[in-house]
Design a protein around this ligand. Structure first.
Ligand SMILES: Nc1ncnc2c1ncn2[C@@H]1O[C@H](COP(=O)(O)OP(=O)(O)OP(=O)(O)O)[C@@H](O)[C@H]1O
Length: 455
């Protein structure tokens, strides 16, 4: 069903008591506008969104109004994405991760998903989670530090995916929170003049939710009641755009800032093109950054998406805030087309694992139920690891095949050149033969050098 992306903006509380000398942002219902200090609105700087949250608003309210529907729809089989966008230090991480007193969108979503699943008695669920960051335009696995520089692939079965990313099958919210905490340790943070704990990477926490009707059969001819729903939920905390003059960045921070700004610029371009409507959609530059490629489905595709744009209220940031509002108002014009994802093949992990689990259940009959559940979870995770390992090996084999083919092509090209040269030597006049022989020797030498390098 075609529907607009849901967009909200959120003002964070001011960080200093500094009083404004010229302008301030006023929030009224779902509208935010810039006013002169004595109250006159500044013409042309007034925007309406699905929601506008002022500085007193809690994460609980943001979740309830903006994100909950996307999360619940993911349990029902729709892809979903929620992300926070805004300049550095405007409250993105606060919104996504929250504080001990007011947990953020990610924690609330995790709890809500397991709560909702418990309420659904006629379906069986399998949930796996992964956590990645895009740091300096490279994808790293936050659950497994050894998995670095991962590549994005696309297949008919899996759509766009990150190959080799560790996934963990999970049974309850506490497990997920623990995993998130372990991933958080690996995330790149750094201090800048604007934020003592500034995110230096974009992070994507992903939940894949598979479910099937409890009565459906495990194998054989698949009827429509056998369809397995598979949805992907992305919860994204972007790094913030920054002005080098304000962050005081140099060295590593400067390099990070350049990558952050570049990928956010590509995201802005994608949003801009999509907001121009279907006619101008000829080419959307999703492939210009890893971020937009991973979020491709969420932007104009088969997904329900909500975006929260965070704003710094201080007058000194008024230009950045205007930029964020412009981004938000463009995003509001994007239409997505979400549908329940049902598959009838063996692509769903749930189907592949079903038989083995039945077998294990039989073997463990009579044992206590929590032991059984632990064993099943362990088995499922082991099977998932083998699958990932196999996927990695397949990718490596594919790479190897490609470079082998390239090597063979190079050899053929060189042989052709050699044959051409030798025929010229035999046909041409004797005075140039010395030159050709020299060229011939040179080619042979360069050919054997390149062979050495490759091997
Ligand atoms: N709505 C809010 N209520 C209370 N404190 C907030 C709120 N938003 C942000 N803060 C505080 O402001 C500071 C900066 O917020 P945060 O780190 O979330 O910004 P950010 O946009 O993620 O920055 P960066 O892009 O640099 O990572 C933090 O100390 C955070 O606790």
């Amino acid at each position: 069903m075609a529907e607009k992306i849901c967009v909200a903006v959120r003002l964070r509380p001011p960080v200093s008591q500094e009083t404004s000398s010229g302008t301030f942002w006023r929030v009224e219902d779902n509208r935010i506008s810039l006013h002169k200090l004595h109250g006159t609105p500044i013409s042309g700087i007034s925007y309406a969104f699905d929601y506008v949250f002022d500085e007193t608003c809690s994460n609980a309210k943001v979740y309830e109004l903006l994100t909950k529907d996307v999360i619940h729809a993911a349990v029902d089989g729709f892809n979903g994405t929620a992300f926070a966008y805004g300049q550095t230090s405007s409250g993105k991480t606060f919104t996504m991760n929250g504080s001990p007193n007011d947990p953020g969108i990610i924690h609330r979503a995790v709890n809500d998903i397991f709560w909702k699943i418990q309420m659904i008695s006629d379906r069986e669920f399998l949930i796996r989670v992964s956590y990645m960051e895009i740091y300096n335009e490279e994808i790293n696995d936050l659950f497994a530090v050894e998995n670095q520089k991962l590549q994005i692939h696309e297949s008919l079965e899996r759509g766009i995916f990150v190959a080799g990313l560790r996934e963990e099958i999970v049974n309850n919210a506490e497990q997920v929170i623990k995993l998130l905490e372990s991933g958080e340790v690996n995330r790149h943070f750094g201090e800048t003049n604007m934020n003592v704990r500034s995110s230096r990477s974009h992070t994507i926490f992903r939940m894949v939710i598979e479910s099937k009707g409890i009565d459906s059969r495990s194998s054989g001819d698949y009827s429509s009641s056998d369809a397995i729903r598979v949805s992907v939920l992305n919860l994204v905390d972007l790094a913030g755009s920054e002005r080098i003059a304000k962050t005081g960045a140099g060295g590593v921070r400067l390099k990070e800032g350049k990558y952050i700004n570049k990928s956010l610029m590509v995201l802005g371009n994608v949003i801009n093109k999509l907001s121009n409507g279907a006619k101008q959609r000829a080419h959307i530059p999703y492939r210009d950054s890893k971020l937009t490629r991973i979020l491709q489905t969420a932007l104009g595709g088969n997904a329900k998406t909500s975006i929260i744009c965070t704003l710094a209220p201080e007058e000194v940031h008024v230009e950045e805030t205007k930029g964020t509002l412009l981004f938000a108002s463009r995003a509001k014009r994007i239409t997505n087309c979400a549908q329940v994802n049902e598959i009838l093949t063996d692509a769903a992990l749930l189907r592949r694992q079903q038989l083995e689990i039945e077998e294990l259940r039989r073997k463990l009959q009579g044992s206590r139920s929590e032991v059984l559940e632990q064993e099943i979870l362990k088995l499922r995770n082991d099977m998932l690891k083998y699958e990932l390992e196999r996927e990695k090996l397949e990718m490596e084999l594919e790479e190897e095949r490609k470079s082998h083919k390239e090597r063979e092509q190079r050899i053929i090209d060189q042989q052709l050149k050699i044959e051409n040269l030798s025929s010229l030597v035999s046909d041409g006049d004797r005075s140039s033969s010395q030159f050709f022989l020299l060229a011939f020797a040179f080619l042979v030498a360069s050919f054997s050098n390149s062979g050495d390098r490759k091997s």
